[in-house]
Design a protein around this ligand. Structure first.
Ligand code: M3P
Ligand code: FE
Length: 314
């Protein structure tokens, strides 16, 4: 079956205690493990694998790698062959390279972002369990995020030189990892430049997105909330905790998501994302946003792009 879903993001932080406090008290995640290098592993209450976030101590913010979980261990061998045949070098990292995690296929996207695929991660269960579960646990903190939903990677796009890592990444994800293109932004003369894409393997509007920019980087990691009301409450939590909000609650035209953007203490952007918008199906026609309507695609209500939103990333 291949890739199932996003598994974790490994993110660099400059102040570990402040970062842990942020992901605990704002997003409602819990620390599940710490290794001897000082890396902290965390998960949301509705996730059953041991972690979906690795915080690594560093003097600079940003993404180390993003990992996706495949269904079967043998998928890793099959996908390794396909990625290599595509012309991208891979490495199979042995089990235990990351704690509680099986072997991982490691490679770099055309944009250089590191991606890993794995089939096994220690099962620890959700906080409501699997027998006659309550709809939510009693000890929810902050926004009470359900799970890591997607990430958005900024990819070098330079129409002058013709460099377009968005298009290259998108092609790679479709051809090698069987992701489906759900939405795209086309710009430039004749709308010929693919400037942003949203791709999925599940039935949610996206598991991964690429947006063109001056350099490669991490735009955000996003956490799933149930409803618009939960998004509003998450913003209340951010105000109460003096968390820096980037974009207050609004709706995306693209994916129809209900959203807030905010920053962790190191400046890594987070998103809380609600409303599945629609079921993304493999035969769903691709939605295209044109350059004139890009503002509404990103922020549906104002239809206006916010400069800091596209310029600031780690
Ligand atoms: C989303 C989303 C940008 C658009 C972002 C859209 C960075 O984050 O979840 O649909 O331009
Ligand atoms: Fe997002």
């Amino acid at each position: 079956m291949g890739v199932m879903r996003i598994g974790h993001a490994s993110v660099r932080v400059m102040d570990m205690p402040a970062a842990v406090k942020h992901y605990e008290s704002v997003l409602g995640m819990k620390k599940t493990m710490e290794d001897k290098h000082g890396n902290v592993y965390m998960k949301c209450w509705d996730e059953w694998d041991k972690y979906s976030l690795i915080l690594t101590p560093s003097d600079q913010a940003g993404l180390n790698h993003v990992a996706y979980k495949v269904e079967k261990d043998e998928d890793l061998d099959a996908l390794q062959k396909r990625v290599e045949a595509y012309g991208i070098k891979t490495e199979m990292l042995p089990e235990g390279t990351l704690p509680s995690t099986g072997r991982m296929l490691k490679f770099n996207l055309p944009s250089t972002h590191e991606m890993r695929l794995y089939a096994m991660k220690e099962y620890v269960g959700t906080e409501v369990g699997t027998t006659n579960p309550d709809p939510w646990p009693d000890n929810i903190k902050g926004a009470g995020a359900h799970w890591l939903d997607h990430c958005l990677l900024m990819c070098e796009l330079n129409p002058e030189t013709g460099v377009n890592r968005v298009a290259e990444n998108t092609q790679f994800m479709r051809d090698c990892l069987d992701f489906y293109l759900v939405e795209q932004v086309m710009v430039g003369p004749g709308g010929a430049i693919q400037a942003a894409t949203w791709l999925t393997r599940t039935s949610t509007p996206h598991d991964l997105a690429f947006v063109g920019g001056p350099r490669n980087g991490l735009h955000h990691i996003a956490y799933f909330l149930d409803s618009w009301h939960d998004v509003l409450k998450a913003a209340d939590v951010m105000a109460k905790t003096k968390t820096k909000i980037d974009v207050a609650p609004t709706r995306h035209g693209i994916t129809r998501g209900e959203t807030i953007y905010f920053f962790d203490p190191s400046g890594n952007r987070n998103e809380t994302f609600a409303g599945l918008g629609y079921l993304a199906q493999p035969d769903r026609p691709v939605t295209t946003w044109t350059e004139e309507h890009l503002g509404a695609g990103i922020f549906y209500h104002t239809g206006e792009l916010v400069a800091s939103f596209t310029d600031v990333y780690t």
